[in-house]
Design a protein. Structure first.
Length: 349
């Protein structure tokens, strides 16, 4: 599938039959995979829209979106002499920086962002686990979750949230609350209580105001969540933490250096310092920014293969690899109402 220019997927994204098959160049460190399935992340939507065109502009047009894939290795750069992968092996791969090239029959991936798909998992499950689940694991480590912690997750039924809820209980959290419109899903993943944000503000729940949380993890709101966090989170001096995956708002516009400075300065410097100074009333503020390595990906896949975690695929998918199918997948992603990961099936295993 190719994107002709920045814009809404329905207008700029189409499946094309004659797109050039990529090749492995010696010294590139790449592997060529026959793609079986792909999952979408918010960054894919932001790239196609041009919302962060300062550093997410394709080298040439048209370009192929997406980077979280599951596929079969067809070729490996000869320079990768110490690689643990082999031709014919099914792997799960993610990306660093910007995702390109995944929504196609063939894609180039990096071994350092890849892991073998365990037996018993489908390619669609593998693709669903390629990115968000690893970020969930990394974020929880940054939050320093301890056994007995009470945790509130804002946005419990999205791609990251579905993994967070499961891993939190595995780490020993004693009570997990989440905001979502899908109470059944969140409860099945380990949430003890689910707040429908359309019916009740999470920061106004009397129970939460009285018995405050050790950790608030924000996957959905950004600025507004931080402003209200102290209503339900313990102050820093009592061990309260606010960990955000959303630095400002879910919608991001980065078109200049000024935008980058504004985007990074407040969450990375000002808010952490302010939370230290105001630690007697505010929780400790931490912004999560990170990547998913092959080691983290292997850990996520191992947990899943052992039955300690499961991939959650949005029930409207997997979407077919057709023009209408990939456009529908992007619409589902942009709606912010997907339950779990939006997955596109590219080919049969």
């Amino acid at each position: 599938a190719a994107v002709s220019r920045f814009g809404i997927a329905d207008e700029v994204l189409s499946c094309v039959p004659d797109f050039t098959k990529p090749i492995v160049k010696e010294g590139s460190g790449d592997m060529l995979v026959k793609v079986l399935a792909l999952s979408l992340s918010p960054g894919d939507w932001r790239t196609i829209m041009g919302d962060a065109d300062l550093f997410r502009t394709p080298k040439s047009w048209p370009y192929v979106p997406g980077g979280d894939v599951c596929g079969v290795v067809e070729a490996i750069d000869p320079a990768c002499k110490d690689t643990k992968f082999s031709v014919g092996q099914t792997v799960v791969s993610t990306w660093e920086g910007t995702a390109w090239g995944g929504m196609a029959e063939y894609a180039l991936v990096k071994p350092k962002f890849s892991a073998a798909l365990p037996k018993g998992l489908s390619p669609e499950e593998g693709a669903a686990l390629a990115n968000s689940a690893g970020h969930a694991l990394n974020g929880l480590r940054k939050a320093k979750v301890k056994p007995g912690d009470r945790v509130l997750v804002l946005g419990g039924s999205g791609g990251v949230g579905c993994s967070l809820l499961q891993i939190l209980k595995a780490l020993g959290a004693s009570y997990v609350a989440a905001t979502s419109t899908d109470a059944a899903l969140c409860t099945s993943l380990g949430a003890d209580r689910v707040i429908n944000y359309n019916e009740q503000p999470w920061y106004a729940v009397s129970e939460f105001n009285k018995e405050k949380f050790d950790i608030v993890i924000d996957l959905a709101e950004g600025n507004s969540a931080w402003k209200r966090s102290s209503r339900v989170a313990k102050p820093a001096w009592r061990g309260g933490r606010h960990v955000t995956f959303v630095l400002h708002e879910w919608h991001i516009e980065i078109h200049s250096i000024r935008h980058i400075l504004g985007f990074m300065l407040m969450p990375m410097l000002v808010r952490p310092l302010w939370s230290l100074l105001m630690g007697f009333v505010k929780p400790r503020y931490t912004a999560y920014i990170g990547g998913v390595s092959s080691e983290v990906l292997e850990e996520v896949l191992s947990l899943t293969s052992k039955g300690q975690h499961r991939a959650v695929i949005d029930p409207e998918g997997p979407f077919p690899f057709t023009t209408e199918g990939v456009r529908a997948a992007f619409r589902r992603l942009a709606s912010r109402h997907a339950k779990g990961k939006v997955v596109v099936k590219i080919a049969d295993a």
